[in-house]
Design a protein. Structure first.
Length: 92
């Protein structure tokens, strides 16, 4: 499912216009982005948790030349699904 399909599913479920459904989806996604950026974590019970993760600086290789290079430390976002969701996906 991509974003367009998600908007269509929300539109059908809420029996609303596509523009209203798109606004709803965009608002939720922006709230998650803002929450992870400012609070380091967004947790939705029964769904999962988005959290900020740090990656240490490391040495890597350029795949074309084989030359070693330094990769800077960075931050990333990880998602951990809730146990109930993992159980549902695994048919438990």
């Amino acid at each position: 499912m991509n974003k367009r399909e998600l908007i269509e599913a929300v539109c059908a479920e809420l029996e609303t216009t596509k523009s209203a459904a798109e606004e709803t989806v965009n608002t939720v996604l922006q709230a998650i982005k803002d929450g992870v950026s400012s609070d380091d974590q967004v947790s939705i019970a029964g769904f999962g948790t988005w959290s900020k993760r740090s990656r240490a600086a490391r040495t890597g290789r350029n795949p074309q030349t084989g030359e070693t290079m330094q990769i800077k430390a960075s931050k990333s976002v990880g998602f951990k699904p809730a146990k109930a969701w993992k159980d549902a996906v695994n048919g438990k």
